[in-house]
Design a protein around this ligand. Structure first.
Ligand code: PGA
Length: 255
């Protein structure tokens, strides 16, 4: 039996108002047949966490944060801790997204965020990905470094608490034609699984879902998922419109 596809929507700042978020949620609830075949998580901006988790209450859709603070002490103007996100309704947090790394979040910051999120009881979607590909394969060491600094010597993570989202930065925000080729993704998926086994107990490592993100749209979602040999997808721009998100869910859930 193949596992249910795991689809995470990262709204970034595409959806910004409570009204839009509620409309999206009620539209999705009406289309519940569409997402029955997939596990769906959505990451709205912090300001919409409470409204969106309320709007999806007692549905299968889970809501989480796009990032969390690396800090847990109180004197941090403007920061939102994992505990705070949790109390607003988050059950997971994305950490290490390339748009956060581009603002200066280093591997050490990502590690601190991951530990805080796990300690708060959130599941973590750890984003990794190279900014460019070189023929000599140096990009592989970017992936190895991001994974090892995030996971090395971490206490055993409970099943279901960690997913790794591979997002090549050069594909993010582009249209489907510029996404990664499924055959290249398959190789990367094998590489990530192997690297995970070097930093976690093998049985636990093999259970960590690998997601792909970067220019996922309805046209390429199914091929990336099936031929790319990943458990799911992290969808940015195409998750922010109900129609395009529903098309993706339909495409990946087809038998
Ligand atoms: P995209 O974004 O689907 O718009 O490329 C993916 C992401 O940044 O998570």
């Amino acid at each position: 039996m193949t596992k249910r596809p795991f689809i995470v929507g990262n709204w970034k700042m595409y959806i910004g108002t409570v009204d839009e978020a509620k409309k999206f949620a009620s539209g999705m609830r009406r289309k519940s047949a569409v997402y029955k075949g997939a596990d769906v998580w959505l990451a709205p901006p912090f300001t919409l966490l409470a409204a969106l988790s309320g709007a999806f209450k007692s549905s299968a859709v889970k809501v989480g944060a796009q990032s969390v603070s690396q800090f847990v002490d109180e004197k941090r103007t403007g920061e939102v801790s994992a505990e705070m996100a949790k109390s607003a309704g988050a059950i997971f947090a994305i950490v290490g997204h390339s748009e956060r790394r581009a603002l200066g979040e280093t591997n050490a910051v990502v590690r601190a965020q991951l530990e805080d999120a796990l300690a708060a009881g959130l599941a973590v979607v750890l984003c990794i990905g190279e900014t460019e590909r070189d023929l000599a394969g140096a990009y592989l060491s970017v992936i190895t470094d991001q994974l090892s600094s995030a996971l090395d010597k971490l206490p055993l993570i409970k099943p279901g608490r960690l997913a790794v989202a591979y997002e090549p930065v050069w594909a993010i925000g582009k249209a489907a034609a510029d996404a990664m080729k499924a055959s290249d993704l398959r190789e990367m998926s094998i590489f990530i699984k192997k690297t995970l086994t070097e930093h976690m107990e093998r049985a636990a490592a093999l259970k960590v879902p690998i997601l792909y993100g970067g220019a996922v749209e309805a046209q390429n979602a199914r091929a990336l998922l099936k031929e790319g040999d990943v458990s799911g997808l992290l969808v940015g721009h195409a998750s922010a419109s109900l129609d395009s998100f529903a098309e993706i869910l339909k495409a990946v859930s087809k038998k």
